[in-house]
Design a protein around this ligand. Structure first.
Ligand SMILES: *Cc1c(COP(=O)(O)O)cnc(C)c1O
Length: 385
């Protein structure tokens, strides 16, 4: 058990990760070198997708996905309200409208029922549906994919929470990111996520044409026409500089080799939390759907603060005083001033019920088993249990 502050999440960087970065710094390529492709190839293999395209962060990867699909103004994207801002921002970047879907109040996930309701509010063609595998639990992808296809849209999974999660929809076990049910899946390597590259992102797809477009769009929209002179490049559409440097890819490759160990720790700590939280009054772990075998990114508990007569702010302050970090994932995005002004008022009771009760507790691979007892004992005390 550690005595120091336990944040809600943090990176695990070891000596060989540092050595991998040092080696990249001594090499010929700091960016656009061979380590980028090596990281992409290893990542694609790890999640079971045909292609992986690295980029500068998880927000850039969502933006690239919108660009590669050609989403634009007059078109609509469906985004669950319980997510990070970036899931909706990527649609705004390309001038598209966002219709916010409600979520299941006990898992925080968009469901076929909440997607169908959101589709009924969409004006104009729906181009993309962006399910978020909140906390690391996976949405009902076949159910969402069926509804999206009926609406003429594709799925883009916003999957940074679920790297390492496995799922089984009756067709055997598969990994999040394999894109069996979606056009693309997006990941982030921000320090709190499953593996860290400082900043970093990745898109996976099984569609070779999409992968080619993504690679071009992440580097200014440039393409090299086959057979052209060596200096020649062409640009059909302005792209961005969303490349991920070799330095970061070297770290990513090193971290990817540890993913199974990291997710094993997350699963073990989650099991300890589950057992320890089982007896607590008015506190429940967020629910995992039957098809999901999560490597949880966030250990989110749902607390009936009203029944216990405390506010969330008081509980978070007491936890912090006991050296324990906690966080709220997330403020419903549809209530943000920008979206309220743009879309008008909207009542999403599932998202509100989730938001009113959610609190994420520390979960990361370097936590010790004994830290779980320290966190839950502090939570009991903070709640007056
Ligand atoms: C982290 C995260 C992002 C953004 O990733 P960055 O790498 O920080 O840009 C997007 N969506 C979700 C659900 C995330 O958790």
């Amino acid at each position: 058990m550690s005595d120091g502050f336990l944040p809600y999440g943090r990176q695990t960087i070891e000596e060989d990760d540092i050595a991998a970065v040092a080696q990249a710094l001594r090499g010929d390529f700091l960016t656009t070198g061979p380590t980028v492709e090596a990281f992409e190839t290893a990542f694609a293999e790890k999640v079971g997708a045909a292609h992986a395209v690295a980029c500068s962060n998880g927000t850039a990867s969502l933006h690239l996905a919108m660009l590669a699909l050609g989403v634009g103004s007059g078109e609509t994207c469906i985004v669950p309200s319980i997510t990070f801002l970036a899931t909706a921002n990527c649609a705004a970047y390309v001038g598209a409208e966002v219709v916010f879907a409600d979520v299941d109040p006990d898992s925080g996930l968009m469901t076929p029922r909440t997607l169908a309701e959101a589709l009924s509010r969409a004006i104009g063609p729906v181009k993309a549906v962006l399910p978020v595998h909140l906390r690391g639990d996976v949405c009902d992808l076949p159910g969402l994919a069926r509804l999206a296809a009926e609406a003429g849209a594709v799925l883009v999974e916003d999957a940074p929470h679920a790297l390492g999660t496995t799922m089984d929809f009756g067709g055997g076990p598969e990994r999040v990111g394999d894109c069996r049910h979606a056009a693309m899946a997006s990941f982030s390597f921000h320090p709190v996520k499953a593996i860290a590259t400082g900043e970093g992102g990745m898109l996976t797809t099984n569609d070779a044409a999409l992968a080619t477009r993504l690679r071009s769009l992440r580097s200014h929209g440039m393409t090299r026409p086959p057979g052209a002179d060596p200096w020649v490049y062409e640009m059909a559409q302005p792209g961005f500089n969303y490349r991920l440097p070799d330095i970061n890819c070297a770290l990513g490759l090193s971290q990817l080799g540890k993913l199974d160990r990291f997710t094993g720790r997350r699963r073990r700590l989650t099991a300890l939390y589950r057992a320890r939280l089982a007896g607590l009054n008015a506190v429940a772990l967020a629910e995992s759907p039957a098809w999901s075998d999560p490597a949880l990114h966030l250990l989110t508990v749902l607390i009936d603060f009203d029944a216990l007569g405390v506010t969330r702010a008081e509980v978070m302050a007491r936890l912090s005083a006991a050296g324990i970090g906690s966080q709220v994932h997330y403020i419903p995005v549809h209530t943000q001033p920008y979206w309220r002004a743009r879309n008008g008022p909207l009542d999403l009771p599932g998202a509100q019920a989730w938001y009113d009760r959610c609190l994420s507790l520390p979960l990361y691979p370097a936590m010790q088993d004994g830290d779980v007892e320290r966190v839950v004992a502090a939570l009991e005390s903070a709640l007056g249990l």
